[in-house]
Design a protein. Structure first.
Length: 153
């Protein structure tokens, strides 16, 4: 698992339009790289909409936003259109990026154990180095943008 002080990988993955995203695309900008379980579920939608509603303020503080889930590019296109998301989403269908960041792990629901995305957000500086990690239990989906903005207070 990547930790604070680590440099993120150069190849991040493929977005909803089939374009390869590279960490060098974000050089000179701060990056909010957030991993979430599934498009169009209540918590994931609340988190995405929090980031959408505060997008201008996040951008004014130098942040770019990229979401990552195991969903397909088509699912991401629908999610973006339905909720008017102004940022790109990586379709990590084979969990390569999840595994590199340590966000693919065992979860349980109703006593059933399964593998899935551990909701986690990485804040990356202008040089591609992780400066902060919001771990699953620390993320408040409806207020996630505010949590990020408070880092600069």
């Amino acid at each position: 698992m990547l930790k604070i002080g680590d440099k993120i990988p150069e190849i991040l993955g493929t977005n909803e339009n089939g374009e390869t995203l590279l960490s060098s695309n974000f050089k000179g900008k701060k990056l909010v790289l957030y991993f979430y379980p599934k498009d169009n579920t209540s918590g994931c939608t609340a988190e995405a909409c929090s980031l959408r509603d505060n997008y201008a303020q996040l951008r004014s503080q130098g942040y770019e936003i990229v979401g990552v889930s195991k969903d397909s590019a088509t699912s991401h296109q629908n999610f973006i259109a339905k909720h008017e998301l102004p940022f790109t989403l990586i379709a990590d269908t084979d969990t390569t990026l999840h595994q590199a960041f340590g966000t693919w792990g065992e979860k349980s629901m109703c006593g059933r154990k399964y593998m899935g995305t551990l909701r986690t957000t990485f804040i990356v500086n202008e040089d591609g180095v992780i400066t902060h990690i919001f771990e699953p239990k620390k993320i408040k989906t409806k207020e996630h943008a505010e949590q990020i903005l408070k880092l600069n207070d």
